[in-house]
Design a protein around this ligand. Structure first.
Ligand code: ADP
Ligand code: ZN
Length: 616
């Protein structure tokens, strides 16, 4: 074994590095082509979804080429995470950022000068200092990788001023190949990256943004907390997930409530002290069965491959944000769930937020446009994946079979007449009332308030008895989502007509609406255990699987590392399935590289052997 290990770092072809260092049998998608581009000394712009495998695109050429690979990354937490991972695989990596002590900083600098490092991660503000550029000019550099490259764009939300200065790399080191990477796919961002980083001659590698392992589901809010709990309880036990809420208060309340239900739930938002945030994040990374209830402050810096679900209790800002946030689930390629609860209240409150945002008109109209796309997605009866991918300009003509609409196609109904009734009711009551009151008028409910306004004498009074409250609420929600009406922020959510409503009132358009279903399926304990058993069967030998997980956990705890840094779930599952009995056999499991084999192989073989002997 030792001989093999020694040889690893002399192996220089990308394929050899992939197998021996990372333990993977083959490249994914565009990885190989991107790597070749850099080996040829040319620049690349890589657009790949989260979990697509961007890191290997620069890590492998950095190992294969002479010199150190310089990786620019905006997030301190991610740098440490990446470096820890690489160290686990025996790669000589380090980072330089403000979290290091003076001494560690000097040591790392020395290592750099002595040529002892294969990869160095740096924050952009550090990189562009004259000192650091000077240091770089004294050593051979294999490549520059600019991670999270969309930070250079002012179009998106993560703009970082220091990123604009990164064009200096090209000016100072014109011969060193550069690779910029991002999971943000929209065209305006892409154009800005190319312009601001002077990547005009870079080859663009655009991957599909489909995340086939993520299941998409949108439910209508009824009793949101109970629905969330039901959803979580149908997941395999011990899995980790993220629940997103809009407000800090709601994250805390929800976490507390879930704890009351016996779940390991923690809140995370920008209002908590850094210490608490770090602690909660660490628990999430290192333990099993942890649910983080968070505002969107949580996520960017988290690189946990085995997040099994992302649930939204409030609407994200746009379809792009939804895609990014849900994309944090299932980076390891294993099945994962994206679940969103949505209702009329969301449509109203999120429109209000845009209205009130204080942004200029142009920005507001852009935000409104983004919101409309998102609402269209929520109400769509088409395959969810199709809608998401068409937003990114991708053609996905098949039904995916892995979303709620594919699995349970929603029925539609001709809502033209109902919509006309609803809109005239808004008009006749002078656009001054909210949905609850409007429904009372339509359904002919004579309240005191109504008598005071004399609305029981209106022609629209009682014309909607054919539909119940739920159905009317569904009509108003879909009218709001489609932009025919909106709620007035200043007037306690009074419903107002939008200009487009005219065409409906005049009978110029036909409206086909979704038929809402009560989605609250109460699962009995027995049903839940059936689901669990099914999952366990899929995992093959369930006992071996949990024993392997225990072994991983104890190895991780000894080193204070997240378990996934030892091996991913995918790797453990393959072990449980194939039950290799020797070191060589173990090396054949995807995710087992030579260094990790040497370090951990025996421990896992022991577990497998123990179980195999029990079988005999
Ligand atoms: P991204 O940075 O694009 O979000 P990562 O680089 O973190 O994605 O990769 C996502 C996951 O896929 C990681 O767990 C990584 O180890 C795994 N992975 C990457 N490339 C391969 C490959 N060729 N074969 C198997 N797994 C891979
Ligand atoms: Zn689908």
């Amino acid at each position: 074994m030792a001989g093999l290990f020694e040889k690893v770092f002399e192996m220089k072809t990308p394929q050899q590095i992939l197998q021996h260092v990372f333990g993977y049998p083959e490249f994914r998608g565009e990885q190989e082509a991107v790597i070749q581009q850099l080996l040829d000394g040319k620049d690349a712009l890589v657009l790949m979804p989260t979990g697509g495998g961007k890191s290997l695109c620069y890590q492998i050429p950095a190992l294969a080429r002479v010199g150190v690979g310089v990786i620019i990354s905006p997030l301190i937490a991610l740098m440490k995470n990446q470096v820890d991972r690489l160290l686990q695989m025996g790669v000589k990596a380090a980072f330089l950022n403000s979290s290091l002590s003076f001494e560690d900083f000097q040591n790392t600098k020395q290592q750099l000068l002595k040529g002892e490092l294969d990869l160095i991660y740096v924050a952009p503000e550090r990189l562009v200092t004259e000192d650091f550029l000077d240091l770089l000019s004294q050593i051979p550099i294999s490549l520059f990788a600019i991670d999270e490259a969309h930070c250079v764009s002012q179009w998106g939300h993560d703009f970082r001023r220091e990123y604009l200065q990164l064009s200096v790399l090209h000016e100072r080191f014109p011969k060193v190949p550069r690779i910029a990477l991002t999971a943000t796919a929209d065209l305006p961002t892409r154009k800005e990256i190319i312009k601001n980083l002077q990547l005009e001659s870079a080859k663009v590698f655009l991957s599909s943004f489909n995340r086939p392992n993520i299941h998409y589901q949108i439910v209508l809010k009824e009793n949101t907390k109970a629905q969330l709990l039901e959803f979580i309880r149908t997941q395999e036990s011990g899995v980790c997930g993220i629940v997103y809420c809009l407000s800090r208060k709601k994250t805390e309340e929800t976490a507390e409530w879930l704890r009351g239900e016996g779940l390991k739930a923690l809140a995370y938002h920008a209002g908590l002290s850094q210490k608490v945030r770090e602690k909660n994040q660490e628990i999430f990374l290192n333990e099993e069965g942890v649910i983080i209830v968070a505002t969107i402050a949580f996520g960017m810096g988290i690189d946990k491959p085995d997040v099994r679900f992302v649930a939204h209790l409030d609407l994200p800002k746009s379809l792009e944000s939804y895609f990014q946030e849900t994309g944090r689930a299932g980076r390891d390629g294993q099945p994962a769930k994206a679940w969103l609860a949505y209702g009329l209240g969301d449509v109203v409150s999120i429109r209000q937020m845009v209205e009130k945002s204080g942004a200029n008109e142009q920005r507001k109209s852009l935000e409104m446009q983004k919101l409309n796309q998102l609402l269209g997605f929520c109400e769509s009866t088409r395959c969810r994946r199709q809608v998401i991918l068409s937003y990114f300009g991708e053609d996905f003509s098949d039904s995916c079979g892995n979303c709620d609409n594919c699995q349970n196609p929603p029925e539609t109904w001709d809502a033209t007449v109902a919509a006309q009734k609803a809109l005239s009711c808004v008009y006749r009551t002078e656009e001054r009332f909210g949905v609850v009151y409007l429904m009372d008028v339509l359904r002919g409910k004579e309240t005191e308030q109504m008598k005071r306004f004399g609305h029981q004498r209106l022609s629209v009074f009682g014309i909607g008895k054919d539909l119940d409250k739920k159905q009317w609420s569904s009509v108003f929600r879909q009218l709001a989502a489609a932009g025919y009406v909106m709620a007035d922020v200043e007037a306690y959510g009074a419903i107002k007509l939008c200009p487009e409503a005219r065409s409906v009132l005049k009978g110029e358009v036909q409206l086909s609406f979704r038929k809402d279903r009560s989605q609250r399926v109460r699962k009995t304990a027995a049903e839940r255990s059936i689901i669990r058993n099914k999952l366990q069967q899929e995992n093959m030998d369930a006992n071996l699987w949990s024993a392997l997980r225990e072994c991983r956990l104890s190895l991780a705890q000894k080193q204070a590392l997240p378990p996934f840094m030892i091996f991913h779930d995918t790797t453990l599952k393959e072990m449980a399935l194939r039950k290799p009995k020797s070191m060589d056999g173990l090396l054949g499991v995807s995710g087992v590289g030579v260094y990790k084999l040497k370090k951990y192989g025996e421990a896992f073989l022991k577990v497998i052997r123990k179980f195999s002997s029990l079988e005999l």
